[in-house]
Design a protein around this ligand. Structure first.
Ligand code: NAP
Length: 215
């Protein structure tokens, strides 16, 4: 599968880049927003394209063109305000879906956030605007007609991969290493059991491939 990765310079994104470089099943085009990021990727032999989620649908479609699948692992981050959360985590994500549809990239994997589907769990949360953005981006993806998988990881850690996860339609709380999120994303790409499905994702006891096949 030809994969366009949005958020390729991020913490999870960098793990996904490495895993897709090692893959003999998939090829990668990495979307970044700065020339110097593209240069670093090029030095490692990674094809890249410069585009910004705050740009137009056509700009993003130009980046996706030629790909079969989109992985969305971008995010505005905790140091920006609710305005960027709206612009990137919600509108940027929805523009990426529109762009994917426009150029016929039918597979779409979204890195969302644990419990984004469940308003009750973040009713009083300090990150409620972020959770609202994730919630509605996910709902738009579910209604998009794209062949989606939504992975909603718990708190992200920079710990090394343990290669074992817990995956279910509803998991109240938990954490997971960014590398294991990346491994789960990449293993989901062609795992039919995950097509048009959404899951919470935390560290667990089941090897990633088995968890995806049996969920
Ligand atoms: P990260 O390191 O902050 O990476 C986010 C990436 O998004 C960065 O590379 C950033 O680009 C890119 N980005 C931001 N705005 C953009 C724009 N306008 N256009 C294009 N790209 C843009 O995040 P992470 O730790 O890898 O997390 C990955 C995902 O997991 C995010 O969707 C996050 O919301 C989600 N998540 C996080 C947690 C948590 O505990 N932190 C929990 C659950 C889910 P630059 O490199 O140029 O800044």
């Amino acid at each position: 599968m030809k994969v366009l990765l949005i958020g390729a310079n991020g913490h999870v994104g960098k793990h996904i880049v490495r895993l897709l470089q090692e893959s003999d099943k998939h090829s990668l085009k990495a979307m970044v927003r700065e020339e110097k990021q593209a240069e670093v990727l090029s030095q490692s032999g990674v094809e890249s394209v410069i585009a910004n989620l705050e740009g137009s649908v056509d700009e993003i479609a130009g980046a996706i063109a030629g790909s079969d699948a989109v992985i969305f692992s971008a995010g505005s981050g905790g140091s920006t305000g609710a305005d960027k959360t709206l612009l990137v985590d919600l509108d940027g994500a929805v523009k990426a879906m529109e762009a994917a549809t426009k150029v016929g990239a039918t597979r779409f994997i979204m890195v969302s956030a644990l419990q984004a589907h469940n308003r009750n769990s973040w009713a009083d949360s300090q990150i409620k605007p972020y959770m609202i953005a994730k919630h509605y981006a996910d709902r738009m993806l579910e209604a998009s007609g794209l062949n989606y998988t939504i992975l909603r990881p718990g708190g992200l850690l920079n710990d090394p991969s343990v290669g074992k996860i817990s995956l279910a339609s509803n998991l109240a709380k938990g954490t997971i290493s960014r590398e294991d999120v990346a491994r789960t994303v990449v293993a989901s790409l062609d795992e039919e059991n995950t097509f048009t499905r959404s899951f919470d994702l935390i560290s667990g006891d089941t090897p990633i491939v088995d968890a995806l096949k049996n969920v």
